[in-house]
Design a protein around this ligand. Sequence first.
Ligand code: F1P
Length: 355
Amino acid sequence: MDQKANHTFAEITSQAKAWAEALSFLHTTADHIQKEWARLNPRQVLFIGCGSTYYLSQSAAALCQGTVGIPARACPSSELLLFIDQIVTQPDQTLLVAISRSGITTETLSAINRFRQAGGAAVWGITCYPKQTLAQVADLVLVAEAAQEQSVAQTRSFASMLLLAQGLTAIIAGKPLAAMAGLPDLGQELIQRADTLVQQWSQQSGLDRFYFLGSGIQYGLANEAMLKMKEMSLSHSEGFHFLEFRHGPISMVDESTLVIGLLSRQAIKHEKRVLAEVTQLGASTLPLAPASISNENKEGIYLDPALPTWCIPVLYLPALQLLAYYRAIGKGLDPDNPRHLNAVVHLEAADFAQD
Ligand code: F1P
């Protein structure tokens, strides 16, 4: 398949512009967010989404708890919908942040209804579509309109909504949004820098399993990269916390394995050891690191060493998206239209209405 004849490539490589627009949106809404947060003063934050946006929720919750300092967790929309008693203890003290590219996924909208019926304090939304249902039903909404997509698999939409989540937590935590100003340029530069390297990896013959390792904020991103690899390229892929990989999954490692490590600043020493161990067992490794580890003579993708930690998450994404994309192209698949998957999962909402 021709690289240029699909939407996915254009969406991945144009994302820096969408990030810049998401940043502008954050600037226009920062005061409103601050006021609403102060008024609500929630005890905890719950992030929900489905598929990609659930994985985005995992990273957003880790980021929120780490930067704002109040309990935050993530769950799939369907879990809140079907098991609310096992997810939330004090809905009236809880801010629900619902994330949905389309803004119309049935499970997410029905979970919002269930949360409201249970006396939930407030619902904020993160989406790409300002006129769709999520934006209408949320009490406050963050929109990445320029990140809308034709492709089924989320790429620039995911990154732009993650950027909104990063900005949201920064605003709440009183961190300066100005620290994010350089991200679009850095993203653009990373797309160019990573392109050849990930293309080479995607063409490596003999690889048939891909493990994405990430801890803390990076865990949700590792899961998203796993999903991209599955959706676009129909390849065996899994996401794990770094040190969890030793506790069983490592048995799967052989010469056909590529382990992609989303290294953190906080635990890089321990994470590098995991990569070294799997190399000994025959795996290839591809590190994505916030700082350079090039003195170890390793091939890898280095993000920006100068940025505050809360700014960095979005920078992991372009290379991971391109890896899945090029593998899809290499296998002759259409990355725009993953098998058995629609852009939106519609279910019968009435089935979920409370008895
Ligand atoms: C989420 C979703 C994902 C799926 C795919 C397409 O929709 O359906 O479940 O993995 O990436 O999008 P949304 O609620 O974010 O629009």
